[in-house]
Design a protein around this ligand. Structure first.
Ligand SMILES: C[S@@+](CC[C@H](N)C(=O)[O-])C[C@H]1O[C@@H](n2cnc3c(N)ncnc32)[C@H](O)[C@@H]1O
Length: 253
């Protein structure tokens, strides 16, 4: 099974029914496709939890390690991996200590998805992600978008809250406090730059999907929404409004 097939399987079977390809797994898969197609990789998933990304990647032939603070999540990861017939190494520990846990230059691809919003010292963890990435390897970070909070609140008629969210979004890097920190494109690019990462790219994940009622019963509408979100993901303005921002960047060789 190719990695693309592995992640597609995950996206289509997670709820026992086909899931919109505009979902986070599919969108992240598209952004990582050039890296994942380079062959079996050493992948490190920091804060990988129960294995949403790790298990499909292992099923696609990659050698995957998950570092997570939660023993319960790691136990669930082990069960999921066993059910999928794959092996994923689980290591309990804090993201900030990842270099000590797995050693420097440990992986070709380092994921840190939906984790930074829970952390106090985001910059230190991004630096740790870079330390465990081999030179020439890729770091993949997924975070909540700050401007999505503005749009979603305004669309819900919560105008005062939307204005507060807008002020916060303009306030600089990593708005808010853990566990509800949100990020703008500028904040994410600033973190990547400060950590010495090169070739940063940002995709918007779910620009419109979370704003509209899911057209589950109309396959043509669902496909049109998927295509719209895919185009918006790389649009220079619309991408910044996405529910999640996905950064990929390279550790210089
Ligand atoms: C929302 S889940 C995301 C799981 C996975 N990355 C995904 O996208 O499906 C957040 C995960 O981060 C882990 N986590 C939170 N703080 C952490 C820390 N300081 N160090 C390591 N893991 C942490 C949690 O235990 C949890 O499994």
């Amino acid at each position: 099974m190719s990695v693309h097939e592995g992640l597609r399987d995950r996206a289509t079977t997670e709820r026992g029914a086909p899931r919109s390809a505009a979902g986070p797994l599919a969108a992240v898969r598209e952004a990582l496709a050039p890296v994942l197609s380079q062959g079996p990789l050493d992948v490190l998933d920091v804060g990988g939890g129960t294995g949403h990304y790790a298990v499909p990647l292992a099923a696609a032939g990659h050698r995957v390690t998950v570092v997570d603070a939660s023993p319960d999540a790691l136990a669930m990861l082990e069960r999921r991996a066993a059910e999928a017939g794959v092996s994923v190494r689980g290591v309990q520990g804090d993201a900030a200590d990842v270099a000590a846990l797995v050693g420097p230059d440990a992986a070709d691809l380092v994921l840190c998805h939906s984790v930074l919003e829970y952390l106090d010292d985001v910059a230190a963890v991004v630096a740790a992600l870079v330390a465990v990435t081999r030179p020439g390897g890729t770091v993949s970070v997924l975070v909540p978008g700050a401007l999505a909070a503005v749009v979603h609140r305004a669309a819900a008629g919560q105008f005062a809250e939307a204005l507060k969210a807008l002020s916060a979004a303009e306030g600089g890097s990593g708005q808010g406090r853990a566990p509800s920190r949100r990020f703008t494109r500028a904040a994410l690019l600033g973190l990547a730059d400060a950590a010495g990462l090169a070739e940063p790219r940002i995709h918007g994940v779910r620009v419109f999907t979370d704003l509209v009622a899911a057209p589950d019963t109309d396959p043509r509408a669902a496909e049109a929404l998927r295509a719209l979100d895919e185009a918006a993901a790389v649009h220079p303005v619309l991408a910044d409004l996405a529910a999640q921002l996905h950064l990929t960047a390279v550790r210089p060789g």
